[in-house]
Ligand binder design. Structure first.
Ligand code: ATP
Ligand code: PRP
Ligand code: NIO
Length: 486
């Protein structure tokens, strides 16, 4: 019979193979070797020109609470594959790694480290799954949200996705990521309570259906609420919904704030123009038109092109499920490991595809901006102990097509990976969510327009320092030699 374990700690939020590798490391006396792993993704999500990093707060929560509970150990014992001494080792395990990461709201790009974990090999291995789980999802949704925000401009955009999200965690953390990426409010009350995101909402078709007609439904809502946005498309938007909304607004006068109407079906360009006219003619030029119905950045842009008279956008399914690209594909790779003599040995993963060959060694990413205009020149990946701020001139070149290159002078260089944990102790204070949202917005301001456009943006340069590039070439040669010698 299945054993019931009364609690659900998060230490087991990992893949079984991580624990199996931990066992190998532990039995072979390698669990404490110092290791460096880096997180990066290979392709820009949605073919976008940038991604917005999100998820660090949850990663921090996870790492700060990382320890195996009694029932975790009991469960692992019940699997019958781990000896008692190994279970004892797990039960006393305390997170002692150092973590460096991009901060939330930072712009990040493909093929650069966005988070780095350094510490005992076994621990680094254990945390991979949760870190990727969190960063992959939240960064994806923040980026999708930024794409939507880029087309709505100054219009308000509300997150409506909870009912279609991939379960409750995705609704909550996806909403937070959407807020970071530029959304203004959410319909999810719990996300609003937890994170302080403004809550916002209209009403559903069921309210109108329960009264069997628009007028009675709107009237009932108006008698029970000050702020009113009426959903006008249940039966017939132009013949019934909007006239009923106007009638109720007229009757209620100052007793309500008639904020506007929502349309949720039909040709929203055509209908919104007609609705605008009806509202204006009835003396409600300030009543806003809200729209929802499977919206995404492409549909919104198209509706704007058709001069749809929509003021507020509700976006659910296609945002929260990252409909057109359901996974970011970030990976977590070992880049350096201590040998038996205590020296750090950098590691590489080869591939026939040049873009897929990993870059060995512990690295830092520097955002290079022009001193005069603060605009981005590109990202510059160095080995950890290099500091481009000490250089007068940088030679920046494409890591695969090296003939694409430039010299940069009069630049500022800002390190992207910040110290978050030092030997298991958090040294980074988590910023307020509003501050994170502002950071994302300011970062986007410093990015040239050509990287920000929705369709076919220019590829943002992510270059390797000469030292980093030489080190990679030497490592490739060394591996090839050792393979030939076998
Ligand atoms: N003028 C428009 N231009 C481009 N896309 C639009 C326009 N109007 C609506 N859409 C989008 O077209 C998609 C489908 O709309 P469609 O009218 O087929 O469905 P619907 O109105 O929801 O149908 P139903 O009446 O059964 O609810 C939605 O994603 C909607 O956002
Ligand atoms: O289309 P999305 O971007 O996912 O936005 C959320 C959708 O959820 C609601 O529809 P639903 O049919 O679930 O409920 P309703 O009865 O309120 O229309 C709402 O009317 C939106 O259409
Ligand atoms: O408040 C709304 O209008 C709303 C909320 C969730 C989903 N769709 C619409």
């Amino acid at each position: 019979m299945k054993t019931i374990y009364p609690d659900d700690s998060i230490a087991l939020h990992t893949d079984l193979y991580q624990i199996n590798m931990m066992k190998t490391y532990w039995e072979m006396g390698r669990d404490d070797l110092n290791a460096v792993f880096e997180v990066y993704f290979r392709k820009m999500p949605f073919k976008n020109g940038y991604a917005i990093f999100a998820g660090l707060e949850r990663v921090v929560n996870f790492l700060e609470n990382l320890s195996f509970s009694d029932t975790d150990i009991a469960y692992l014992r019940d699997l019958g594959i781990y000896p008692e001494a190994f279970l004892d080792y797990l039960s006393t395990l305390k997170f002692s790694c150092s973590v460096r990461s991009a901060v939330e709201g930072e712009l990040v790009f493909n093929n650069e480290p966005i988070l780095q974990v350094e510490g005992p090999l076994a621990q680094c291995q254990l945390v991979e799954t949760a870190i990727l789980n969190i960063i992959n999802f939240q960064t994806l949704i923040a980026t999708k949200a930024a794409r939507v925000k880029s087309v709505v401009g100054d219009d308000l955009v509300m997150e409506f996705g909870s009912r279609r999200a991939h379960e409750m965690d995705a609704a909550i953390w996806g909403t937070r990521a959407a807020y970071i990426g530029g959304f203004d409010a959410t319909s999810n009350v719990r996300a609003s309570k937890i994170f302080g995101i403004p809550a916002s909402g209209t009403h559903a078709h069921s309210l109108i259906q329960s009264y069997m007609n628009d007028y009675d439904g709107f009237k009932a809502y108006a008698l029970t609420h000050k702020d009113c946005v009426f959903l006008v498309d249940t039966y017939d938007t132009l013949k019934s919904g909007v006239p009923a909304a106007i009638k109720v607004a007229d009757e209620m006068g100052d007793k309500i704030n008639f904020l506007g109407v929502r349309i949720d079906s039909g040709d929203m360009a055509y209908i919104s123009k007609k609705v605008r006219k009806q509202l204006d003619e009835a003396g409600y030029p300030n009543a806003k038109i809200y729209a929802s119905n499977d919206l995404d950045e492409a549909t919104i842009l198209n509706l704007k092109m058709q001069r749809a008279k929509i003021d507020v956008w509700g976006v659910g399914t296609k945002l929260i499920t990252a409909f057109d690209q359901p996974a970011l594909g970030a990976v977590y790779k070992l880049v350096s490991i201590e040998d038996e003599d205590g020296n750090m040995m950098d590691t590489i993963k080869l591939s026939n595809n040049a873009e897929k060959v990993s870059t060995p060694g512990k690295k830092q990413v520097w955002r290079i901006t022009g001193k005069s205009d603060g605009k981005s020149e590109g990202d510059y990946i160095t080995l950890w102990d290099e500091d481009p701020r000490l250089e007068k001139e940088l030679f920046m070149f494409h890591p695969v097509h090296t003939f694409i290159n430039k010299y940069v002078r009069d630049f500022d260089a800002r390190p992207i990976l910040q110290e978050i944990f030092k030997n298991g102790q958090r040294v980074y204070e988590l910023p307020d969510l509003v501050q994170i949202k502002k950071t994302a917005c300011n970062n986007l301001d410093s990015l040239w327009e050509e990287y920000k456009r929705d369709l076919n943006p220019q590829q943002y340069p992510v270059d390797l320092s000469t030292n980093c590039w030489n080190h990679k070439m030497d490592s490739i040669q060394a591996v090839r030699r050792s393979v030939q010698e076998m």
